[in-house]
Design a protein around this ligand. Structure first.
Ligand code: ADP
Length: 888
């Protein structure tokens, strides 16, 4: 218990898994937590004079399973091992915490998902003493981030400009965030609460750990360098240093074996990638569908862009693609570079097929390399690593003639690692066991001593086998058998009926129901030879394997570099594959303004219907037509079109081909999307508030170079408010921002903006009316929709007939009253009546009555002369026309 107390004192925030024989035991509060979280039986143990100690344990062989569950629950686990062999220890076995397993630093496959990175991210406020800055707030501050994935050896540091922390963080999908202690205070620059929304575990460490000077020392120590200039640090990079240093210090603290193979940090400068805010990631359903299918947990989510465009063949390719989608490029040159290579692999199907055939042979080289470095590799995994190197020379040869710069560069620097492959090939058998202790790991012929020992063992086994015939002859017992079991070793088995013929020298060892088992001095002697040889064999195998592992580990940096090149190649070839499979085209990406998609399709929706059923549409947004107001009834396909444009633009900036017949696309600095509150209910909170927050973020963040996709604004409030806000937002986008915009809306009133704003055009997704029915044509047409067809859609949805009929009646009345209902523009009501009053009460369709109407109402007709009436009519007409900018 004293050992346990010491371990716990050092790791107060972890559950201590305290090794006792074949179990990891938890005590006291840990036991209570563990029992509750893992469904274990809570027992107590009498601790001498002291009170009863709560106790719960998990079997050692099931440990990863339990740890996984604890990590998922955001807990961490300190593994306290027996440091001596209990058989040899004098007194109490020495125990030590050898590792703390924390969500952000895991190596075991069972705790990782293959197609996704597992990042630990450290964060400080940039500019100012780390963590100390009290003011600022998220909006105004820049932040520095460092991210490490110990399972792959990646280490990245970057800066998030003011306002872009969330997208920067999200692109790493952190499993754990490391923060300065002071951030736990409510007054911190970023309340920890805001960060916990990311779903990452929050870990706090003292602020001084984030001090740039301390951090720089940590970095130098870790990478064994005198100066850090070689890594590309510049003046003003102190915050980057601070996060990197804190990250390394923390990894060393938890003694993550993976820390040893972290590569030197890669510094990402802001400005190379597009920040994708949460709305956009969510609304465009990049990695997760808006309505997740509960049955499909895991990293391949149907209904997402990732799922459709992921044709990668290696885990590192899959991980890289995921990150590329979250990090579209914003420099035309870098987009062209990727495009060029995708195009080459697209245009040369034979090359692509052969490249992909070779890629299939490459396993998770990146993580295997990290495991070798961390001395956590099984014989089977080391073999898998060796096998993964087999296709490399062929890949190198295939790419030797590549014309596109990126492919050529990948090929040129590709280290085929033949020496490492040969090492593994020569040392390991073709199909090694998972555990070293199972034996039979090292290939015959590799080591003379091992071969000799195996010869001795096999000879002795053969001799024992031959005993059966000899003893049968000697004793005349025809049924005598030689056998072996784990507890008693080799034996001679004689059935009960033959007992009287058993010779004196036979020594009884075990009694069964119908037989007895015996040994003889001769058998024991040979058995000792077998066992002795086997023990030596395991020792020699262990030594040879360790040696092999060390030699391969020495090449970890080369392995990781190759793994990265293979990953890029895999993604490029995968994108070329999607392009062919789904008939995508190479977009012309240019640095101008115009966005022009010919026969574009929604990459995900089109895969959900039979081929040819998705109706392609053309979209043009240019200087003359910057804003598209998109009207049309519910279900017409407005949201689909809107997202389609966003996804096409995003794919283009990732370097991919796009689902269209042709496309000319600009380079956007940001893509903003927001989707109607009605689609957003899951978020809880006041949906209108959320809606306005999102709108505010877009109006603040968008520039002329952005693409803004709005799917309904103002639906969360009363109609008049809603139309007014939508109206004003559109004006602002048109007049002040100038961003390319598609605005899908129910408010067909907005179509009248086209008369006022020169670069605004109306489109609608066409429907055809046949009798009372609407047929969705899914075709984009010039001009606004005049109606919402809500009643027809209600009928389609199965609203009871009587309700639909009654709604149609009410609508006729209301339309009669307001005749189309324009917002403060032309088209006055033709007939006032009781329905108009009803309309006002219902507060449908129209904002406050136009003044003309008001005057009409107050008119006392009986007092007017015909001439007065005529004059008044002229006046009213002028007012109606002039005040509304000319009407139609
Ligand atoms: P809206 O936003 O106008 O209410 P949606 O965009 O949600 O309509 O589209 C409704 C449904 O219509 C989609 O789920 C999809 O199945 C289908 N759809 C949309 N666009 C197309 C298209 N271009 N071709 C074929 N089907 C489409």
């Amino acid at each position: 218990m004293q050992q346990w107390r010491e371990a716990k004192a050092r790791h107060p925030d972890a559950l201590v898994f305290f090794r006792v024989g074949d179990f990891y035991e938890m005590f006291f509060q840990d036991a209570e937590d563990g029992a509750r979280l893992l469904g274990l039986t809570l027992t107590t143990r009498n601790n001498g004079a002291a009170a009863q100690v709560p106790l719960a344990g998990v079997p050692v062989r099931a440990r990863d399973e339990y740890i996984e569950r604890l990590l998922r629950l955001g807990r961490r686990v300190a593994i306290c091992e027996q440091m001596e062999d209990p058989a040899e220890a004098r007194g109490i076995v020495r125990r030590e915490v050898i590792e703390t397993i924390t969500p952000g630093a895991v190596l075991a496959d069972s705790l990782l998902s293959e197609r996704k990175n597992n990042f630990l991210v450290a964060l400080v406020e940039a500019g100012g003493a780390a963590g100390a800055a009290g003011a600022g707030g998220v909006e105004g501050s820049a932040f520095a981030l460092a991210a490490a994935d110990v399972s792959t050896g990646e280490l990245v540091a970057t800066t998030a400009p003011p306002g872009e922390l969330e997208p920067e963080l999200a692109r790493f999908e952190p499993a754990e965030l490391l923060l300065p202690q002071s951030w736990a205070e409510p007054a911190a620059p970023l309340a920890a609460r805001a960060l916990s929304a990311l779903g990452a575990r929050l870990t706090f460490r003292p602020d001084w750990l984030f001090d740039p000077t301390v951090a720089a020392a940590e970095l130098r120590r870790h990478f064994r360098v005198q100066a850090l200039d070689g890594f590309g640090f510049q003046d003003g990079d102190e915050p980057l240093l601070a996060t990197l240093g804190a990250l390394l210090a923390y990894l060393n603290e938890v003694q993550s074996a993976g820390a040893a193979n972290l590569r030197p940090p890669r510094l990402e400068r802001p400005g190379a990638a597009m920040a994708l805010d949460e709305m956009t990631r969510r609304n465009l359903e990049l990695l997760e569908p808006l309505r997740p299918d509960a049955s499909s947990r895991g990293t391949r989510q149907p209904g997402t862009l990732l799922d459709v465009v992921d044709e990668t063949l290696t885990p590192m390719g899959a991980r890289l693609l995921r990150r590329w989608l979250l990090r579209p490029l914003v420099l035309a040159d870098s987009i062209w570079r990727r495009q060029e290579s995708v195009a080459e692999l697209f245009e040369q199907p034979a090359l692509r097929r052969r490249v992909r055939a070779e890629l299939k042979g490459v396993r998770d080289l990146e993580r295997l390399a990290a495991k070798v470095g961390a001395a956590r590799v099984s014989p089977r995994e080391l073999k898998a690593l060796g096998d993964s190197l087999e296709p490399l020379p062929a890949l190198q040869a295939l790419l030797a003639g590549a014309a596109s710069p990126l492919l050529a560069e990948l090929a040129e620097g590709l280290d085929a690692l033949e020496d490492v492959r040969d090492l593994v090939r020569a040392a390991l058998v073709d199909d090694p066991p998972a555990a070293l202790t199972d034996g039979g790991v090292i290939r015959p012929g590799h080591d003379a001593e091992l071969d000799e020992l195996r010869g001795v063992r096999d000879g002795a086994r053969e001799f024992i086998a031959s005993l059966q015939a000899r003893e049968r002859a000697r004793t005349g017992i025809a049924s005598l058998k030689v056998g072996y079991n784990k507890v008693f070793g080799y034996y001679l088995e004689v059935t009960r009926s033959n007992f009287e013929r058993v010779p004196e020298v036979y020594e009884r060892k075990q009694t069964l129901a119908h037989a007895e088992r015996f040994v003889t001095p001769e058998l024991k002697e040979w058995e000792a030879k077998v066992l002795g040889a086997e023990e030596r064999i395991l020792e020699v195998e262990a030594r040879l394997f360790a040696e092999l592992r060390r030699r391969v580990a020495a090449e970890a940096a080369r392995l990781q570099d190759t793994a990265r090149r293979v990953a890029v190649l895999d993604v490029l070839a995968g994108l070329a594959q999607v392009a062919e499979r789904r008939a995508y085209v190479r977009p012309v990406v240019h640095t101008g303004y115009g966005l022009e998609v010919t026969a574009g399709r929604h990459p995900v929706v089109e895969t959900m219907m039979p081929r040819e059923e998705f109706i392609p549409n053309d979209v043009v947004l240019d200087e003359e037509a910057r804003i598209m107001i998109l009207t049309g009834p519910n279900m017409a396909g407005k949201s689909t079109l809107l997202r389609q444009v966003g996804l096409i633009q995003l794919l283009a900036q990732v370097g991919s081909f796009v689902p269209a017949a042709a496309a000319r696309l600009p380079v956007c600095d940001r893509i903003f999307t927001r989707v109607g509150a009605s689609d957003n209910l899951v978020r809880g909170a006041s949906t209108f508030m959320v809606e306005m927050n999102e709108t505010a973020a877009i109006l603040h963040g968008a520039t002329r170079d952005s693409l803004v996709l709005l799917d309904e604004i103002g639906r969360g409030t009363a109609t008049y408010d809603g139309v007014s806000i939508a109206w004003a937002v559109t004006e602002h986008l048109h007049e002040r921002i100038g961003a390319r915009t598609i605005f899908a809306t129910h408010y067909h009133e907005l179509t009248q903006l086209a008369d006022l704003l020169p670069a605004l055009v109306n489109y609608n997704v066409a429907v055809k009316e046949v009798g009372d029915e609407v047929i969705f044509l899914r075709r984009l047409e010039r001009g606004g929709a005049d109606r919402s067809y809500g009643i027809q859609v209600a009928r389609l949805a199965g609203v009871p007939r009587s309700v639909v009929q009654r709604a149609a009646e009410i609508l006729r009345d209301l339309e009669g009253a307001h005749s189309g209902g324009a917002v403060g523009l032309g088209r006055l009501g033709r007939r006032a009546g009781s329905a108009a009053a009803a309309a006002d009460q219902l507060s449908l369709f129209l904002p406050a009555d136009p003044p003309v109407l008001d005057r009409l109402r107050r008119l006392e007709l009986e007092r007017l002369t015909p001439l007065e009436a005529l004059n008044l009519l002229a006046e009213l007409q002028a007012e109606a026309r002039g005040g509304a900018g000319g009407g139609r």
